[in-house]
Design a binder for this molecule. Structure first.
Ligand code: SF4
Length: 460
């Protein structure tokens, strides 16, 4: 893949403003508390989908990484997880009865740190999920792993339970960076764990990396990239560190002067993209890399890539049911989110066997705009006729007419030769791949309100 086309520093600087990551449209900031559990049940009933993706949130972590913006609970007491799992079990059991005619195609455990759980706890939770829902024979089961505080034997244990994908949080292997972010971990152990996972049968391993962390520089980060290459993993997620200390208290421990400047951060991003593409990975969407024979790379080539709350995925036809504190669901024409605070989550499960706190039912306009934004985020391309066909049951729907107020805001990108907009399609050039969030904002009716803009991270 030609990578020079991605980096025009002048244009990247020009468009480096705050913007949503569009894991959904509308974004979670639009969820409101008038949406309740009966709205969710209606959405399940009327949803045309009968395939399900399950997301299970395990909120505990052994220690606090200072860059973290996730919903988590820091504790060293593993017995806290027993209490959590007892409430989670109640939620799973009561939810499952509404999904008896669904087939689970995908299960993902995120956090926090799912690998905080003991082998026994993991076994019990997998058994309960399999007992409560109908799992497809070839189900994709993935789990996020914190490579600290685990043993090599975890790989075999997970594989025996049916997990077939692992994702490891690595971020950066440099000791000074790790010490500053309070996440010191053994590079040697990570290598051994990956090797062990491959030996027991895992065919898909992902590694998370972050650029823009304190004290990172291109020299040290190139060592991290070389190490990842040596591990020979199938996928890499490359995230930009979003420094928003007003929102995430732990980030106040990371002083501004330790952070790379905008130019240095740009150089780190450029280095990572060039290096990973040079190693033979395909650049997926705006922040993922996959080997050319990986499902994600194939889906991108075929134009069938999708995006949900976990990022890019190949399973676009599934409803998504989130289980556990703070988890998000996307069912039919609805989005909803569970309570974020652990004590309140427990109370809600005790009172009602569910913990839905907020959400929204998509309007027709949300659905149309969501479709366009998803096409742009996944395929860098919108076929106007395909959108017209999709919404042909709406009287005289026509793409250019419907978006007549929005399309003029693409002009700036057209003038900078970042996209073309003709009668048939909007075609985003590779040089605008890193700016795709900005282009999507042109179709975001909520962005026009502007008020939420400061809550989003910068594009780079
Ligand atoms: S980065 Fe991961 S392990 Fe660290 S505090 Fe956040 S959720 Fe926990």
């Amino acid at each position: 893949m030609q990578t020079t086309q991605f980096f025009d520093q002048k244009l990247l600087n020009k468009y480096n403003i705050s913007g949503p990551r569009y894991t959904s449209y509308p974004t979670a900031l639009e969820f409101h508390d008038q949406f309740n559990d009966s709205d969710l049940k209606t959405a399940i009933k009327v949803s045309p989908n009968r395939e399900l993706s399950l997301y299970v949130h395990i909120p505990f972590c052994h220690s606090l990484c200072y860059y973290c913006g996730c919903n988590k609970v820091i504790t060293r007491h593993r017995d806290k997880a027993d209490t959590y799992l007892a409430f989670l079990a109640k939620e799973i059991t009561s939810r499952a009865e509404f999904f008896t005619d669904y087939t689970v195609k995908q299960l993902h455990w995120g956090g926090g740190t799912p690998s905080f759980l003991t082998h026994k706890q993991i076994t019990k939770l997998v058994a309960l999920l399999k007992q409560s829902f109908n799992f497809a024979e070839h189900v994709e089961m993935s789990i996020e792993i914190d490579p600290r505080e685990i043993e090599l034997g975890l790989a075999q244990h997970l594989f025996d339970l049916g997990f077939n994908r692992l994702s490891l949080g690595v971020q950066d292997i440099d000791l000074k960076v790790q010490q500053t972010i309070n996440r010191v971990q053994s590079t040697e152990f990570i290598g051994d764990f990956i090797a062990q996972a491959k030996t027991v049968g895992f065919k898909s391993i992902n590694v998370d990396l972050i650029y823009g962390l304190p004290h990172q520089n291109t020299e040290t980060f190139s060592k991290t990239l070389a190490k990842v290459h040596q591990w020979d993993v199938e996928r890499i997620s490359l995230f930009s560190y979003a420094h928003i200390p007003s929102r995430f208290a732990a980030q106040r421990k990371l002083r501004d002067e330790w952070l790379p400047s905008v130019e240095e951060k740009f150089a780190l991003m450029k280095l990572a993209i060039e290096t990973l593409c040079g190693y033979g990975y395909e650049f997926i969407g705006m922040d993922h890399f996959a080997k050319p024979d990986d499902e994600l790379a194939i889906a991108q080539k075929n134009g069938t890539l999708h995006r949900n709350f976990q990022g890019y995925t190949t399973k676009g036809c599934c409803d998504l049911l989130g289980l556990g504190v703070s988890s998000i669901s996307a069912i039919g024409n609805s989005y909803s989110q569970n309570i974020k605070d652990l004590k309140n989550y427990y109370q809600a499960i005790d009172d009602h066997q569910h913990a839905v706190e907020k959400g929204l039912t998509l309007t027709q306009d949300d659905i149309i705009r969501g479709e366009v934004i998803r096409e742009l985020m996944c395929n860098l391309y919108v076929n106007k006729q395909a959108i017209n066909d999709k919404f042909s049951d709406l009287k005289e729907f026509n793409f250019d007419d419907y978006f007549s107020d929005d399309l003029p805001s693409l002009k700036t990108f057209q003038n900078d030769e970042l996209l073309t907009n003709n009668n048939e399609a909007i075609i985003v050039k590779q040089s605008a791949r890193l700016l795709i969030r900005n282009i999507c904002m042109s179709f975001d009716a909520y962005m026009k309100k502007k008020v939420n803009q400061q809550r989003f991270s910068r594009v780079i």
